[in-house]
Ligand binder design. Structure first.
Ligand code: CTP
Length: 401
């Protein structure tokens, strides 16, 4: 098979020297690495360092003469399997999120249509400046992967956030993306996410603490892995990942109807939503006025969407549910796997450090019929990749069986 190409964009910060170690590590892993530097970066580290490691010319100017007269930034952009900015300065981040292309690095970045990873490194003041934070949010919304800088002692003498992430961490991120892109190409993935709201009257509802983050990160990971993704979402405060189709719903009943509309031609269905189990038997037409000491509301059961999918599963479809428990996690999760006729249950332990509703990380146990494994603490995005990698394998097996 052809070597995969990593395009490394090096911009002008003191952390530029660390890009040399990363280059060396990637070459040893068997990747082809093309380095593009900004003019400023060449003040910190010489192109010769990278040329010696990669055996390719380092590109700095857009107007260098090339032997075969091809348009260099376009041909590199086409060959890129991944584009990584290490380090990414505040200036380069600002440029790329606004589509500026005034040198070889930013021009090639704009031309490339591949997964993109941004590894910021800068002074704390620059990092924390709301302008930079806004640009980083914009980068995320555009679907770029951010490898967050760390807190540490910075070259300028300050201590704070802005230190380039650990090289091994950046390397893992690159390898994970290169190994998983394309794993879901041609597959249709349906994800449900967020809470549902069950109205009591025109102004009140009952709901739960689900932030929707886990489901949204699964959707984003599925997109990055090449799937055609539909997200059915309850009310949440999150940006829909670029390229993902979304159906907004409010109640469990709405979600059920949306799922019934969408499920039939999906290869993989992941029910990360925290669906309300009950709704008020009667939604009052007018606001409930306060009266005596007690208020009684009768609730009736909502349809169990996951169980319905388990019963109506279309041939070769893979179904994955979630279980969030505060006690007897694995027993309950195993029981759900069976009762709801799923292929996998992702079990969340609410009491685990780093797990739960609002955070960006999770600790989960994946239960399949004959196999149970607990993943380490990782970002919800990485949890998404791990789940999807296994579901892709199941889908492939079932397709071949
Ligand atoms: N689920 C669903 N529809 C419901 C309730 C739950 O599709 N009405 C799905 C969730 O999306 C999740 C899984 O079922 O994937 C587990 O939800 P949970 O509420 O923990 O399971 P229940 O079967 O409701 O069990 P219990 O309330 O006993 O914990």
């Amino acid at each position: 098979t052809m070597k995969k190409t990593v395009v490394l964009g090096v911009s002008g910060g003191i952390a530029a020297f660390k890009a040399a170690q990363l280059t060396s590590n990637l070459i040893k892993k068997g990747y082809d690495v093309e380095v593009i530097m900004t003019q400023n970066a060449t003040e910190f580290i010489t192109p010769l360092t990278f040329e010696s490691l990669t055996k390719h010319n380092v590109m700095v100017s857009t107007f260098e003469k090339v032997a075969d007269r091809s348009v260099k930034h376009i041909s590199i952009a086409h060959r890129a399997d991944i584009f990584v900015l290490v380090p990414a300065t505040a200036n380069v981040i600002a440029k790329i999120v606004h589509g500026l292309a005034d040198d070889m690095l930013t021009t090639t970045f704009l031309a490339a249509d591949c997964p993109k990873v941004i590894c910021p490194a800068m002074n704390t003041g620059m990092y924390e400046n709301p302008v930079t934070q806004k640009n980083l949010e914009a980068a995320k919304a555009l679907g770029y992967e951010l490898v967050e800088p760390e807190v540490g002692y910075l070259a300028c003498g300050d201590t704070g956030k802005g230190k380039l992430a650990d090289i091994t961490h950046i390397e893992e991120c690159i390898c994970r993306i290169l190994e998983t892109t394309g794993l879901l190409r041609g597959k249709r993935v349906l994800v449900t996410a967020g809470p549902t709201r069950e109205a009591l009257d025109p102004v009140r509802f009952i709901s739960n603490h689900s932030s929707g983050k886990m489901g949204y990160e699964i959707a984003r990971a599925a997109r990055d892995m090449g799937a055609d993704v539909t997200l059915i979402s309850g009310p949440v405060q999150l940006n829909v990942p670029h390229g993902v189709r979304v159906v907004q719903v409010v109640s469990a009943q709405d979600m059920f109807e949306a799922v019934q509309q969408e499920y039939a031609d999906c290869d993989i269905i992941i029910k990360a939503a925290a669906v309300g189990d009950y709704r008020a038997q009667k939604t009052e037409e007018n606001k409930i006025k306060k009266q005596g000491e007690f208020l009684e509301i009768t609730f009736v059961k909502n349809p169990d969407i996951l169980a319905w999918l388990g019963e109506h599963r279309v041939s070769n479809q893979i179904i994955c549910g979630f279980a969030m428990e505060t006690e007897h996690l694995l027993e309950h999760a195993a029981e759900k796997l069976n009762r709801k006729n799923c292929d996998m249950i992702v079990a969340n332990n609410l009491h685990e450090q780093g797990a739960g509703f609002q955070g960006d990380t999770n600790v989960v146990t994946l239960l399949q019929k004959n196999h149970t494994e607990t993943l380490d603490l990782m970002s919800k995005y990485e949890v998404g990749v791990e789940i999807l990698t296994r579901l892709a394998a199941l889908s492939k097996e079932r397709g071949e069986a």
